[in-house]
Design a protein around this ligand. Sequence first.
Ligand code: GDP
Length: 447
Amino acid sequence: AMFGNLSDRLVEALGNLRAKGKLTPADVDGTVREIRRALLEADVALPVVKDFVTHVRERALSDDVNRALNPAQQVVQIVNDELVRILGGTESRQIAFAKQPPTVIMLVGLQGAGKTTLAGKLAKWFVGQKHSPMLVAADLQRPNAVTQLRIVGDQAGVPVFSPEPGNGVGDPVRVARESMRIARDKQHDIVIVDTAGRLGVDEALMKQAADIKAAVNPDEVFFVIDSMIGQDAVATAKAFHDGVGFTGAVLTKLDADTRGGAALSVAQTTGQPIMFASVGEKLDDFEVFHPDRMASRILNMGDVLTLIEQAQAAFDEAEAREAAEKLAKDQFTLNDFLKQMQQLRRAGNFKKMIGLMPGITKEAKAALDDFDESSLVRIEAIIQSMTPLEREMPKVLNGSRRARIARGSGTSVTEVNNLVKQFDQMSKMMRTMARGAMPGMPGMGPL
Ligand code: GDP
């Protein structure tokens, strides 16, 4: 999924703050450290990361946050705000249309970034808004670039201006200049100029792009960048910014499993907004970029807030403490176990919730991945088929009692045996863990 890993990591970092009545500076520092690591792993540029965590820390430690009813939620909000900020702020910028048509939009970027595909997408999008765009093939470097632009032009239903085939290699600057005249003649109100890219940043490429820019005097220059290029994103963006100059960025291939670094670095390091996102190979796979929506997506905002609420509702602290005390005194019964189980099921999203519990180990989390939530239902059924005595004193469970319970719960004797055994092991294990955390689940395998 888009930013999948980054999302998971941020959600996890924030989830660890749940249910904290007050945040200590240590809580904030811990969370900030995790956020920092998550961003770096997602290939976000270091200066952007530094700036980001500095803001988050400052704001999270402010009095406002600590006075709030739920500090954890405040911190989620702060992280969301900061994501919006580095993605370019709350206002999406509109295209700067020329006072005198045509409005000229020039596309620059490395080879393979997705410029030609984007030209088709933009053209189709403009047609949908009752504009009359024309495409210009000023990429005469790549042998089939012109053909490819013709194909997307056909798909979008817009004309493509290109040098006659067979004339050898044309001069892209002349083609671009010529296209302006044609656009005026044919009354196209938008001209989209596709330019050549190279595999890497080089001077000839920059000069050609700059010359085309001088020839067509564009209203917008969009820097097209492949979101998958990771750490190189910043250097590439800077090179194009200094070498040609651009007015906006377009992120492509956001449909792929990108780490997100480019998206989160480009706006901040160049000071230019991200205008659009390309999310697939088809012409309709195209979106206007909204920093706030993207931030919510990265953060699973709805998810995090819901989880924090659910966790608070489910893990009633007093009950958890009572259960822990019982465990410590060896008074934890299958009845208590059933109660815990029902709480977990009520809360829904069991695995995620466990993942958000404070202090949960990596091993326990890995074990959870194998855990089948439907087995909770069977465990409940088994316990509910027991008499009060059996629940309080599992050692009375002889063969005939177990057979009766299996029949009553629609399970098998083996399942009943497993539950009793696991309960027994677990109570032993829990007794040794003299901690106030939620007892129960982590050590437990599937039935
Ligand atoms: P150009 O060299 O910059 O003109 O790049 P192209 O437009 O030729 O795109 C390079 C490759 O990336 C092509 O195979 C496109 O189909 C593919 N591509 C472009 N945009 C996207 C996108 O948003 N998602 C995916 N999955 N592929 C894309």
